[in-house]
Design a protein around this ligand. Structure first.
Ligand code: 13P
Length: 255
């Protein structure tokens, strides 16, 4: 079992004052959990603040999106080089809240994934199905398509040392997390899908679960064979809850 990874996705929350308090208490409270990796993905304007406050700590920081282009006349976009300028080492890609609202295609997401890797950032690729798709029993087909687009464009080897986060859309922000069995089953499916093409990449890939992770359900989820940690939204905005989730990860993670 590899070291657990817990990623905070702040989404569009925070301001300079609140972030300062939150990050300062993250640093204090998460200090004992040395056997896990914690990452905080902040809104773009706060990358400099994250760099300033986290630079001397073991907590890494990153962004929640990036442009598929490197430079040019792309008003409002932020490139991978700009993220690196602020010390970001991770970036969330293809989150369903973006994919739906901003019509991101699987091809665009694949290009962003490649862009991150090429420039030395670890991408966290979000995949997952809607409730209708789950009820129709096509969730594996939906997730397979999201992954296969990347495999077809760049080959399965690209997944080595990257992160996929399985985030069933029906579980995000609803308080209704997937059961550990539902999550494990999809995580195993994802790993196998990549393993068919590249066994080593599949083993080196981390697969997180995201969607209403909280201190109460974290242990049961993280203990599952193919769940390498969590991508946490709401509970990452409360230090006590986030600490509870990190504690759960630390209890299971190899020391
Ligand atoms: P919640 O933890 O608020 O359900 O959000 C999950 C998520 O979207 C993380 O990216």
């Amino acid at each position: 079992m590899s070291k657990k990874l817990v990623v905070a996705n702040w989404k569009m929350h925070g301001n300079l004052v609140v972030n300062q308090q939150l990050i300062t208490s993250y640093v204090q409270k998460l200090l004992p959990f040395k056997n896990i990796q914690v990452v905080v993905c902040v809104p773009y304007p706060y990358l400099a603040q994250a760099q300033l406050l986290l630079g001397q700590t073991d907590i890494a920081w990153g962004a929640q999106n990036l442009s598929k282009d490197i430079e040019g006349a792309y008003t409002g976009e932020v490139s991978v080089r700009m993220l690196k300028d602020f010390g970001a080492t991770y970036v969330i890609i293809g989150h369903s809240e973006r994919a739906t609202a901003y019509c991101e295609s699987d091809e665009n997401i694949a290009t962003k994934f490649m862009q991150a890797i090429t420039h030395g950032l670890t991408p966290i690729l979000c995949v997952g199905e809607t409730l209708i798709e789950r009820e129709a029993g096509v969730m594996e087909r939906v997730v397979a398509k999201q992954i296969d687009t990347i495999i077809q464009m760049y080959g399965a080897g690209i997944f080595a040392d990257t992160v996929i986060s399985y985030e069933p859309i029906w579980a995000i922000g609803t308080g209704l997390a997937a059961t550990p069995d539902q999550a494990q089953s999809m995580h195993e499916f994802i790993r196998n899908r990549i393993s068919i093409h590249d066994k080593s990449a599949a083993q080196r890939l981390k697969i997180l679960y995201g969607g209403s992770v909280n201190p109460q359900n974290a242990v049961q989820l993280f203990v599952m064979q193919d769940i390498d940690g969590g991508l946490v939204g709401r509970c990452s905005l409360n230090t006590d809850e986030f600490e509870g989730i990190c504690r759960a990860a630390s209890e299971i993670s190899p020391s």
